[in-house]
Design a protein around this ligand. Sequence first.
Ligand SMILES: C[S@@+](CC[C@H](N)C(=O)[O-])C[C@H]1O[C@@H](n2cnc3c(N)ncnc32)[C@H](O)[C@@H]1O
Length: 284
Amino acid sequence: MSVDWTVREILNWTRGYLQGGGIGQPRLEAEILLAHSLNVDRLHLYLSPDKSLTEEERERFRAAIQKRRAGVPLQHLIGEVGFFGLRFRVGAGALVPRPETEELVERALALAPRERKIRCLDLGTGAGVIAVSLAKFLPNASVTAVDLSSEALELARENARSNGVSDRITFRESDWLRAVEGRYDLVVSNPPYVPEEEIGRLAVEVRDHEPRLAINGGKGGMERIEALTRDLGAHLHSGAAVLLEIGEGQGDAVAALLRQAGLTEVRVETDLSGRQRFVIGRCL
Ligand SMILES: C[S@@+](CC[C@H](N)C(=O)[O-])C[C@H]1O[C@@H](n2cnc3c(N)ncnc32)[C@H](O)[C@@H]1O
């Protein structure tokens, strides 16, 4: 990057640089990272394409695009992500929330009773996106958010605070249900479901930068789901709904696990891209 490159020139150069590193949307990511480095929004770049960058701005941007080309997820570099219309801090301590999980939350909200106080449980809360969204959009709910990772729980607590719902979320460091007490009306989980044998083939962003604990589903991707559904029945109120996010080809096996846990009306639903992605059941 020459000393007096303008916004326009830097963006053009960076598009090629990121493309050379196999980044899928190089122009868009160049704009996002430049706007972040300059502490402005993307529109601002279009309004001042001839602006020259200061040395400090160039250095900040250079460091960011080098990391991005090396595979650091864009969201880790930006430090936050939008989920269900809310803002969440993200980092290396927890999974970067995915858009499919917004569809899981949407279904959970549709099944949640509104006319009485309810207890919700988010198993494997990560950065807290499910727990915080439930608390935010269900004023009648108290939520328990569980994770085995203290780093993830730290991030989730911060996200609950910044979204103004910490008073209605209890955080538990627990191996699934081990330290969880009582019964719930709504249980939602996006568990680790990537088959262990496929982790080596994942994109570098996921394989090398997301916590293994968050993605590794064990053999066939089913071991964590088996563990979390084992004692589930004992934690459900009559009429409770359970919603799980699943991986490719896991629908029938996870549906069978929910039936074993005592659930009825178990069904597999597809996400917006048409893939089987959710298993939903009810406790009689
Ligand atoms: C796929 S991530 C989901 C994170 C977040 N709920 C989301 O949807 O973005 C799975 C989460 O389960 C947690 N986890 C893995 N094993 C666990 C266990 N044995 N007990 C509790 N949580 C666990 C991981 O730390 C991780 O945060």
